[in-house]
Ligand binder design. Structure first.
Ligand code: SAH
Length: 244
């Protein structure tokens, strides 16, 4: 299913979406990517992410208003998310009926931190590229759905380098990518082949593809596609790998 030549997605390599385009999607309600009932692949593979541990710090990059953040917070985990859209983050707290407070973020001009009053969900309104471990700390787990695949293709390595710098030793990262014919639809979500997942994360991690599953729907048909798959990977940031 991958294109010849390995790293594929040549058709999309030059695609760039600006922050303004994302903000416009939110204000126009063009957010069909949002899943009202949470993501079935997170529900299915959560045990691998949590791995018997409790009270984890879990990061949702490019979080939108993902309802899974509340689901994991209710299990006792501490959630951090980031999105450029203040509307998305405010809709999250409103939809979930959660009171929150707002404060500026020292070190990132114009950024805001929206934190549930219970304290266990903290959402940053800024570009992910403004974050660092000095600001958000490090994480035991990541749920990356609609994140790597939403990043502009030219920024993928920068994104993965940043994400790696936010991972604790022995932490786990569940990644969902999408597979379709990129000559027929130009994204987002962008097509990310398995070979590219391996070249992006490969040096410092163990990577296992857990499942590939069809998510094909009427929406994808309208995009001109005749198949659309989600692939879920478990990426382990193993402490000692390649350290000698
Ligand atoms: N992960 C969510 C949202 C996916 S859509 C879900 O699965 O529902 C991608 C999201 O990324 C949008 O909400 C958009 O506002 C946000 N976004 C795009 N570029 C960003 C950036 N550089 N930093 C932070 N958020 C960004």
């Amino acid at each position: 299913m991958e294109e010849p030549g390995g790293c594929g997605s040549e058709a999309q390599r030059e695609r760039v979406l600006s922050v303004e385009e994302w903000l416009r999607k939110w204000s126009a309600g063009a957010t069909a990517f949002h899943k009202e009932h949470g993501h079935p692949l997170l529900q299915k593979h959560l045990d691998l992410l949590v791995d018997g541990r409790s009270g984890l710090r879990i990061f949702f990059p490019l979080c939108g208003k993902a309802v899974d953040m509340k689901w994991l917070a209710d299990m006792g985990h501490s959630i951090v998310g980031v999105d450029v859209s203040e509307q998305a983050l405010k809709e999250f707290f409103a939809d979930q009926g959660l009171p929150y407070r707002e404060e500026p973020v020292p070190g990132i001009s114009g950024a805001k931190k929206l934190q549930s009053t219970s304290g266990n969900i903290c959402l940053y309104c800024c570009s992910i590229y403004d974050l660092s471990s000095a600001i958000v700390g490090k994480f035991d787990g990541v749920w990356d759905r609609g994140a790597l695949v939403a990043v502009n293709p030219c920024d993928r390595q920068r994104y993965v380098t940043l994400m790696s710098s936010l991972m604790e030793k022995n932490s786990s990262y569940l990644l969902v990518t999408v597979l379709y014919d990129p000559t027929k639809y130009n994204g987002p979500p962008f097509y990310v082949p398995e070979s590219e997942v391996k070249s992006l994360f490969g040096n410092q991690c163990e990577i296992k593809c857990l499942q590939k599953v069809s998510d094909f729907s009427e929406r994808h048909k309208q995009w001109g596609l005749d198949y659309f798959l989600e692939a879920v990977y478990l990426i382990k940031f193993v402490a000692s790998l390649k350290s000698v």
